[in-house]
Design a binder for this molecule. Structure first.
Ligand code: GLN
Length: 309
């Protein structure tokens, strides 16, 4: 088996020479002004060692990667009842698409497209004021990452709100069909804020440990979720984590992973590693170009594809 430390260093080195890096997200100024020439990687291994390279300590907006964490919390809160409100099928449409909501009476296809994540956020508001629900999400992320310094970028959250016309449309559509039970502005307020959590690759790789290691934090006697739940969330990451690029990502990389338009991808090699990559340039589906390439090279070198070596 190749040495992970040199594999990680070589990936960062070879990607630093790439000129084709896609385009940064431009829908809000905070993301549009992030320099494209950045790349970070962090790999947390089963033995507790962490290997990092590039800009692994630079904070970025985790955006839709947060949807893996809110899904975990919602399943903890309502269990399988969640699936009466949100489906489990890949959408084959862009992350902010509204078309399928019409065919399915306001029920989103899966928890990782925007509509699905907004419905998931709605369940987290049950019995809570928006501030409390948001506090619960942030506490959870800090707990799984073992880092109390993680916080929300309020500038990003404000911009998300100011430009969130499509998300508002999705939320209103679902509210009309009673898929959302809480006021649209409450649900979107929490959704925009959890998308605006800022983290580094190192923090994100720490946060993904419970998904990579059967629901547990390795080295600690702590169970975050059952192994069945970790497995199921990972299955959804594999089939839906990259929107309409999920099939291609599974083909190229073969790991469950969740991407965000900030340029981050959280990937898990079950039983082996929790991996965070970040580079702000995106492809046409809103997935990090260098991040996907890095994971493709890593999975190949380490023979980590879930489909075999
Ligand atoms: N905040 C973005 C949105 O709601 C998140 C999208 C993403 O990361 N794919 O549109």
């Amino acid at each position: 088996m190749p040495d992970i430390e040199s594999v990680v260093a070589e990936i960062a080195e070879s990607l630093s020479r790439r000129t084709d890096r896609g385009k940064v997200a431009t829908y809000i100024p905070e993301l549009a002004r992030v320099p494209i020439d950045q790349f970070g990687i962090a790999v947390f291994m089963a033995d507790g060692k962490m290997f990092v390279a590039g800009d692994a300590e630079t904070p970025f907006s985790i955006q839709s990667v947060s949807k893996a964490f809110t899904l975990t919390l919602a399943l903890g809160k309502v269990g399988d009842r969640l699936w009466s409100r949100v489906g489990r099928e890949p959408s084959g449409d862009p992350f902010n698409s509204i078309v399928q909501l019409e065919y399915e009476k306001g029920k989103p296809r899966n928890p990782f497209i925007n509509a699905g994540a907004i419905a998931v956020t709605d369940t987290l508001l049950a019995g809570h004021a928006p501030k409390e629900a948001l506090g619960e999400i942030l506490d959870f992320v800090r707990f799984i990452a073992d880092d109390d310094t993680i916080s929300i970028d309020e500038h990003v959250a404000r911009s998300e709100k100011q430009t969130g016309f499509l998300n508002t449309a999705l939320a209103n559509y679902m509210r009309a069909f009673k898929v959302l039970e809480h006021p649209v502005d409450h649900v979107l307020g929490v959704y925009f804020h959890h998308c605006s959590i800022a983290m580094t690759c190192r923090q994100l790789a720490m946060a993904g440990r419970y998904l990579a290691f059967s629901g547990r934090l390795p080295g600690q006697n702590v169970s975050v979720v059952s192994s069945e739940r970790a497995r199921r969330i990972s299955a959804l990451m594999l089939t839906c984590g990259h929107y309409d690029g999920s099939g291609d990502f599974a083909f190229r990389v073969g790991l469950p992973a969740k991407s965000g338009v900030g340029g981050a991808i959280l990937a898990v090699a079950p039983g082996k590693a929790s991996i965070a990559v970040w580079s702000p340039g995106l492809d046409q589906n809103g997935n990090s170009v260098l991040g996907s390439l890095a994971l493709e090279q890593l999975a190949k070198a380490m023979r980590w594809s879930v489909f075999g070596d």
